[in-house]
Design a protein. Structure first.
Length: 196
């Protein structure tokens, strides 16, 4: 028992813990197993933690997890993606809705509009960026139209295109290769007279 009153479970010996540590590939798990093995051998909490490269408090936390779950308790919890809020059926309905296009005064779908539709239809709240990620996952890409000035005269633009001279299709004449410039002078070896 340590000074703090937390006792390390003793169903697995320190020898077995060290053997398991040698078989591990993850260095963090190795240091946790060795620290617990040191504690089982009677080392003080501070010395056991220092030799494993951690603080006393960190070792205490790992001992609590080890006591609860054994060797599996010193492993990191698996990290994964959050569960999707929309079911695959709801995502298919959303995809069909986007393909069909907006109704009413909307010209095209915006993420903020789809966010409101998702909240209204499926009862799920998303941020605009999350709606963009869903659309990307469904295979949609963000398109932006080329800006058009409100006073642009389309007929004048087309007439200009028709009357503009065509670009020449002739290749440019090949210019002769120039000789590289020589600058500076040759260097001479140092004379023996200067060595005096």
């Amino acid at each position: 028992m340590w000074q703090t009153g937390i006792e390390v479970r003793r169903d697995i010996s320190a020898v077995v813990l060290r053997k398991k540590a040698r078989q591990e590939k993850d260095g963090r798990i190795v240091s946790r197993l060795l620290a617990i093995a040191n504690a089982l051998d009677g080392m003080s909490r501070e010395d056991a933690a220092r030799q494993a490269g951690m603080t006393r408090q960190t070792l205490r936390d790992w001992v609590i997890r080890y006591n609860a779950s054994g060797i599996e308790g010193v492993r990191d919890a698996p990290k994964g993606h959050a569960k999707r809020a929309l079911t695959p059926e709801q995502e298919q309905k959303l995809e069909a809705l986007v393909l069909r296009g907006p109704e009413g005064t909307l010209v095209r779908w915006r993420r903020i509009d789809l966010r409101d539709v998702i909240k209204r239809e499926f009862g799920v709240e998303y941020h605009e960026r999350s709606v963009g990620k869903i659309l990307h996952r469904l295979g949609f890409v963000r398109l932006s139209v080329r800006p058009l000035h409100p006073e642009a005269d389309l007929e004048a633009q087309e007439a200009f295109k028709k009357t503009s001279p065509q670009k020449s299709r002739k290749p440019c004449p090949i210019t002769p290769k120039e000789k590289p410039l020589k600058s500076g002078s040759r260097t001479k070896p140092a004379s023996a007279k200067k060595a005096r």
